[in-house]
Design a protein around this ligand. Sequence first.
Ligand SMILES: Cc1cc2nc3c(=O)[nH]c(=O)nc-3n(C[C@H](O)[C@H](O)[C@H](O)COP(=O)(O)OP(=O)(O)OC[C@H]3O[C@@H](n4cnc5c(N)ncnc54)[C@H](O)[C@@H]3O)c2cc1C
Length: 476
Amino acid sequence: MAKIVIIGAGFAGQTAALYLGDALGKNHQITVINKYDYFGFVPSWVWVGVGHMDPEKTHFPLAPVYKKLHIHFIHGLVTEIHPDEQYVVAKENDGQETRLEYDYLINATGPRLNFDATEGLGPAKGHTYSICTLDHTLQTREAYQKIKERLSKGEKLKIVIGTGHPGATCQGAAFEFLSNIHKDLSKRGLRRNAELTWLSNEPALGDFGVRGMQIKKGKKVLTSEEFIKSIFEENDIRWEVQKGVYQVDEKQIYWEDYDGKKGSTAYDFAMLIPQFLGVPIKYIDKEGNDVSSKIINKGGFILVDAIYGLEPKALAENPDAWPSVYQNPNYPNIFAAGIAFAPPGSISLPHVNPNGMSITAAPPRTGMVSGIIGRVVAKNIIDLVKRGRMSHHERMTEMVAACIASMGDSLWDGTAATMIMYPVVPDMRRYPNEQGRDQFVTHLEIGLGGAWMKRMIHHTFLWKFKGRVGWKIIPE
Ligand SMILES: Cc1cc2nc3c(=O)[nH]c(=O)nc-3n(C[C@H](O)[C@H](O)[C@H](O)COP(=O)(O)OP(=O)(O)OC[C@H]3O[C@@H](n4cnc5c(N)ncnc54)[C@H](O)[C@@H]3O)c2cc1C
């Protein structure tokens, strides 16, 4: 009987748990350990944040799902991994410490939200808000409500949304939050009192940490920069890009730009995405030594089968530098899925300003990408248990990703910017155009259809993550 432990039940961990439970649950021992006792459907927190969706509609308890799949669940935090002796130490929610042995381990712990890297950032110790956890989103919703009350009394206020660190990622979520705020304020007749600003570390509008997109519309080429610019211009949204935010106080957001110039952006309400790091866990060998360097990089992300250390140009030219099976080279029974794996570099073009500040969007590992990796890792573990060898692989240079950024949640007058890219990481070998992407599959579209799609995704994904009938035919 194989023992499989999954740490984290987000997009990656939950997808892996579904496949593993389905294939091995009855005859093998599968355990999921998660910080929360519920699964949170993160994308819909954008709607919770603007007060358009009841938070209860975005999460469900994990235990009943795992019972169906014969998966053991521990509500707690993994604090240590002992790769030689093959066990993890988890601190359960009731304070009890548990030791769990494994034959295969999946680390799917997502990001550590490193607000501390930017002075004054974040809801706990700083002045800005976040939509990265449900608790943060509820705080944001409350603060945004107060902003609306002030706007309705005629106050003129500045709302700034974007990235709060020179190396932040997840621009798509921030963009969607901004466009939902715009729509919400417009509907309430409050928009004229609010100045909306997009503040970001991207090299250009529409970069989204993936080096932007280009599509062919007839003979014309449309870039994501032109696409997002037209949305912002049409909706009177200001933008400031190439900004590395390093400090925030009660009134100003301080940044350095690409040229090394220092400046600040005034705000009354700001939601800024922090730097993401890997979740801190101790890695200890059988002699009690710290073996972190064999398992994680400096940012705390799990080292996998990528080629690390390439110069940006060499990385851009080598699609095989991106991992395909997400397996740690030193401990092959440890896998990483979702945000937890260490990418070999950025997708966006890196930039270091004259003061030495690297203003480079980290590569996004979106929900779709995280789910795909969760499936690949799970299927390979199933292979290893049943046949002793792996047969599944998918690099980010082979993955398609769709990002649907809603602008309002209404099925009647809502709209959404739909961005489909293939592959996620440009592959200059297969697509030797300027972008390294298939310009026929890659797509940019805005309209009501996207709003329907986004609503459909909310329902179908929650259905899938609950492991309900037919979940396997719903793609990641
Ligand atoms: C507001 C918002 C909107 C978004 N919208 C979209 C979208 O529309 N489309 C899209 O594709 N992507 C979207 N994303 C990105 C998407 O949510 C992430 O890519 C995805 O959640 C990453 O999945 P993951 O499993 O790697 O990490 P997570 O979803 O963060 O899951 C990690 C889990 O591990 C748990 N954990 C952490 N440490 C431990 C530990 N030590 N022990 C036990 N458990 C632990 C965490 O609590 C969490 O439950 C959005 C993100 C945000 C913030």
